[in-house]
Design a protein around this ligand. Sequence first.
Ligand code: NDP
Length: 330
Amino acid sequence: GREIRLAARPVGEPKPSDFEIASVEVPEPEQGQVLVRNVVLSVDPYMRGRMSEAKSYAESYRVGEVMWGGAVGSVLKSTVDGFEPGDFVLHNLGWREYAVVDTAQARKVDPSVAPLSAYVGILGMTGLTAYVGVVDIASLKPGDHVFVSGAAGAVGSAAGQIARLRGAARVIGSAGSAEKVRYLKEELGFDEAFNYKDGPVADQLRAAAPDGVDLYFDNVGGDHLEAAIGAMNRYGRVAMCGAISQYNSTSAPPGPRNLGKVVGWRLRLQGYIVSDHYDRMRDFIAEAGEWVRTGQLKYAETIVEGIENAPEAFMDMLSGKNTGKMIVSL
Ligand code: NDP
């Protein structure tokens, strides 16, 4: 089976030579384990953090190590009751064709309930991130005017729609192309959207949010965060989910230069990591499962075929070639 390893720690944007593909023997499962053939791999922004040596919430990959991450595999061999060949399991040993998985670290998933890719996306980590950020971290209130950056991506597109479904009065999104802006307005029902590459975010946000912003869902950081703070109404709340504009930075990131406003306007800015919030998965699935089933919560996927193309899929995701969740299908 083939696997993708970290070959070198990227400086700035990851490049093909930072990855290597290797062939290894298919391993045998021991007691408590299953052998799976992966069918769906998730490539996520947090993996850029793991490729670097800098200390963060996510443990660094070692150079030469497989770039593990979320995946769904089909069971080929099992030593565990309740896990049979043909079952599908969600686990964390992605970026390889075959994996030996401890069933204690895996969850069975049902392809008749949702497509397998949904379990790493809209009904998995991605969707939960959006839900927890909107509902718990930023305490969405009915009538809120909401701004989401990275809005055409996996988390952002879910966050904007969840805010609307939970009673937001106005949902505004930013994204990096005219086609993504069209997608947000015409297909996902965002009230307003803009391309952040067209001009200063602060100016475009002011025009899109004439009554200000009560809740900002931040996927981007930097100028987006500064613009959102500038547009914020009293008692505004920010879910600080990610800062993707800075993941490839080689120098100290800019601002926000207007943090002083937080005091007088009684703003609340809170960071969070979804892995602390899996106790909310049950509530999330109960609510969002129905929204997905009825088509109220839409999701897009950008699918790349083949393990050998996983590095490119990852690099393409970081540079915005995806709409919705970037998935590698094997
Ligand atoms: P996305 O599907 O949103 O893909 C990443 C997107 O980021 C790209 O499509 C691109 O879209 C955008 N982007 C890249 N560079 C920039 C830039 N310089 N400025 C603005 N936008 C940029 O990925 P995810 O949905 O998986 O993740 C979105 C965010 O959520 C990330 O910040 C991620 O780290 C965070 N996250 C946080 C979690 C947590 O627990 N806190 C869990 C999961 C994700 P465009 O074309 O619009 O530029």
